[in-house]
Design a protein around this ligand. Sequence first.
Ligand SMILES: *[C@@H]1O[C@H](CO)[C@@H](O)[C@H](O)[C@H]1NC(C)=O
Ligand SMILES: *[C@@H]1O[C@H](CO)[C@@H](O)[C@H](O)[C@H]1NC(C)=O
Ligand SMILES: *[C@@H]1O[C@H](CO)[C@@H](O)[C@H](O)[C@H]1NC(C)=O
Ligand SMILES: *[C@@H]1O[C@H](CO)[C@@H](O)[C@H](O)[C@H]1NC(C)=O
Ligand SMILES: *[C@@H]1O[C@H](CO)[C@@H](O)[C@H](O)[C@H]1NC(C)=O
Length: 349
Amino acid sequence: MLFIFVSILCLGISKCAGQDLECNLYEGKWVYDESYPLFDSSECPFIRKEFDCLKYGRPDHLYLKYRWQPNACNLPRFDGRDFVNKIKGKKIMFVGDSVSDNLWQSLLCLLHTALGGSNITTTVRSNTTTTTVTFQNYGVSITMFLSHYLVDIETEKIGRVLKLNSIKDGETWKQADVLIFNTWLWWYRRGPKQPWDYIEDDGKKVKDMDRMVAFEKGLTTWAKWVESDVDHSKTKVFFQGISPSHYNGNEWNEPGVTNCSNETTPLDGSTYPAGEPLASKVLKKVLSNNITPSKPVHLLDITNLSQLRKDGHPSKYNAFRGMDCTHWCLAGVPDTWNQLLYAQLLQLT
Ligand SMILES: *[C@@H]1O[C@H](CO)[C@@H](O)[C@H](O)[C@H]1NC(C)=O
Ligand SMILES: *[C@@H]1O[C@H](CO)[C@@H](O)[C@H](O)[C@H]1NC(C)=O
Ligand SMILES: *[C@@H]1O[C@H](CO)[C@@H](O)[C@H](O)[C@H]1NC(C)=O
Ligand SMILES: *[C@@H]1O[C@H](CO)[C@@H](O)[C@H](O)[C@H]1NC(C)=O
Ligand SMILES: *[C@@H]1O[C@H](CO)[C@@H](O)[C@H](O)[C@H]1NC(C)=O
């Protein structure tokens, strides 16, 4: 198995020691597998009503039956007992937007199911920014820390300021043993959905700027913080790659399609016609320019494999009946992201 781990570790860092890697876990295709999904959503108490597709009436169930098959090896099946034994007594924290929430809830459901469902004791503690679920018998705590941009938003006299060069919450984050970051979804928000009035960069406040540039600057601040502030002998750092949405059928050769409501199967094969999103390229550039091999950030490079899953979103099957082709049904695609996280953690612990 070792060769698998060598290759996935290399994905997270800028330069990879050997180029003759035998297996890249992220190159592959989706295959039908009768033994999926990995948990029964009706038995999991942690799923937000936005992600609970079966409960809200999704009629087609085929989307639950796909397993990610790398080209040159197999992804280890998620083993929840092994997972908690490896991280006994540790704190895992997801930091980011609602797509982090998606991944966090998937992990809670995977563990809850693997450890015996209602037979295990969990406690939930939450405030406005964080929710922590502790699996009592294992001393494992898993936290969701909501942070849309990773960098700060502060209210000042002139209004709410998005500060591209400042990360105050880092003091809390760095106490965790495993950190999984993500940000992207909110960078293009405008109008009433935009939660700030000014952007501050290098001490200057502006009303707006190119959003991709802002994203790159915010992410760079975060990457520099990881290098300078995180104790890498204690804390393992991951970045959850850009999660794609499916509102534009041109991207998958169905012109005229404007949402995911009619999508019930993944794309065949390994290629998404529209290619890699720009945000994903920017993310990889920031990691490669700022992260050093001795203080790695392990990239969960989920973008390509998730692009193929136009069928994985809630569509209208959520509590609000609004069309959602951004988040993912649970059970579903984020369970595979957690399998990839598990595979990488196995190597590090
Ligand atoms: C919970 O415990 C009971 C009694 O020991 C057992 O019969 C049942 O299978 C367990 N449930 C799960 C989901 O492990
Ligand atoms: C919420 O709880 C976390 C963890 O205990 C803490 O770091 C944070 O400051 C709290 N936030 C608020 C707004 O109370
Ligand atoms: C979603 O797409 C379908 C068919 O492509 C269309 O009929 C429907 O109006 C769309 N719904 C929304 C909310 O965009
Ligand atoms: C939905 O998909 C079915 C089967 O692929 C197709 O016959 C139908 O025209 C599609 N509907 C819309 C609104 O795209
Ligand atoms: C993802 O797709 C892009 C092009 O679409 C390709 O350049 C890149 O190598 C792919 N990444 C992986 C991990 O397969």
